[in-house]
Ligand binder design. Structure first.
Ligand code: C5P
Length: 283
């Protein structure tokens, strides 16, 4: 038997860090939305008690460092399972990009293995298990558009974000999320209006959404990698309604109502960066 799960990328329409907590994590307020760029995971039972990860990507480790491996191991240990599994990861989302590719793969692994091994776990139970592996995993178990708070485990579902075209541009370098968070200074951080942004999404107000998107980590990552600002400037020059870095970066996304604009931004950025995608938001 073979099972397939899609693992969509997410963008942060909003990300605010309120304060650093006792446990070292940051208290966050985020508006996340899934987009139609996705990895694809295929699951197959193995007779031997082992976890085998295969992938088309040369950037992914296939051992314990991979979050998909950790998901399989967590379920095997928690439920004392002796059946083995082979998981093939067809990677399409850029790696270490701020698009939650690794977390979404991990969430897809938990969903897929729940089916493959007939565990009967609810999405809430899967989200709780996933939170042990990564802060974005609980959101990725559900996907869609959501207001996400706490460390990333408190999720309020929102209506789908206003429909538009999204151009994703991933510059060459990778960014370490923990290193960006540790450089965040609460004296100089620009806090976005997350509640205003939430209202824009709830009322399907595209114009207000483009005014309210914001990311408290953007300034930190731009300081290290000024190319992110250059990409944003180019996106706006080519007609983007708004442009913002996603997560801790380095991917930048542009929002456009018109497909022709998205195409113009795509063409304008394609020579500047190798990894450029036009995607739509997911219903
Ligand atoms: O949970 P995860 O391992 O994905 O987080 C990566 C890093 O991002 C953490 O080690 C931490 O430095 C930072 N982080 C944070 N506050 C959060 C989520 C992540 O400081 N709410």
């Amino acid at each position: 038997m073979e099972i397939i799960e899609k693992a969509p990328a997410k963008i942060n329409l909003g990300l605010d860090a309120l304060y650093k907590r006792q446990d070292g994590y940051h208290e966050l307020e985020m508006i996340m939305a899934s987009v139609d760029l996705a990895d694809r995971l295929t699951f197959e039972l193995l007779p031997k008690n082992e976890i085998v990860i295969e992938t088309n990507s040369s950037f992914l480790p296939v051992d314990r460092r991979n979050h998909v491996y950790q998901a399989a191991e967590l379920l095997k240990n928690t439920f004392h399972l002796t059946q083995g599994v082979k998981i093939y990861i067809e990677k399409r989302i850029p790696v270490a990009a701020g698009l939650a590719g690794g977390s979404s793969d991990c969430a897809a692994a938990l969903r897929g293995l729940n089916r493959l091994w007939n565990l009967g776990l609810s999405v809430e139970e899967l989200a709780e298990l996933g939170s042990v592996i990564g802060s974005d995993v609980p959101y990725c178990i559900h996907g869609g558009t959501a207001f996400v708070t706490g460390r990333g485990e408190k999720i309020e579902f929102l209506p789908a974000m206003p429909q538009c075209w999204v151009v994703l541009v991933k510059p060459k370098m990778s960014v370490s999320t923990s290193s960006i968070f540790s450089s965040l200074s609460f004296n100089s951080v620009q806090h976005p209006d997350i509640i205003g942004l939430k209202r824009a999404v709830e009322t399907d107000d595209y114009q207000l959404m483009t005014e309210k998107i914001g990311n408290a980590l953007e300034g930190v990552t731009i300081k290290r990698h000024p190319v992110i600002q250059q990409i944003k400037d180019r996106m706006l020059k080519y007609g983007a309604d708004a442009a913002l870095m996603s997560g801790s970066g380095p991917t930048v996304f542009a929002l456009c109502e018109k497909k022709t604009r998205a195409q113009r931004i795509y063409n304008g950025l394609k020579g500047f960066c190798d990894e450029v995608y036009i995607v739509r938001t997911l219903k």
